[in-house]
Ligand binder design. Sequence first.
Ligand code: PNS
Length: 169
Amino acid sequence: MPPSPRIALFPGTFDPLTNGHLDLIRRAAGLFDRVVVSVLVNADKRPLFSVPERMHAIRASTTALPNVTVESFGGLLVAHARETGASVLVRGVRGVADFEYEWQMALMNRHLDSGIDTVFLMPSEQNTYVSSRLVREIAALGGRVDDLVPPAVADLIAARRRSDRERPA
Ligand code: PNS
């Protein structure tokens, strides 16, 4: 019997997807048979982009990676991992500032389901200072972000700026 495929789940808010996220998705796609990138549906927050917009941007940015699929989820991450058939969670760590939060979340997820482990990946050095929060802030203030995000996200941001300009004050 062939071994069952190694499925990894990369969960996140992805508001929006950055070059750092894409770097991690590429690395994960090289390590696992299948990678499911899953966007958190968080009703409490007011995101910049809707979940369908974020999923579209991730799909458009990963067309060259045939073992990557895109989903969304609400509720407990470990329950979603089980439904997906994933035994590994992928998370990125850019530096020590990320570590405390990620470490706590990884151990809590393993407490909730001992069959699920978290694998931390590091992006390349030029992506260590890139974050969705800073991209949103720079974009809102009219700065250039097209070298920080994949082209599909740059298009979304440009379209949002156009529609904001056209909206009557
Ligand atoms: O990109 P983010 O915002 O850092 O991703 C955070 C995410 C989606 C991984 C985290 O908020 C999450 O797992 N939410 C699902 C709710 C859950 O399972 N909470 C317990 C985890 S310890």
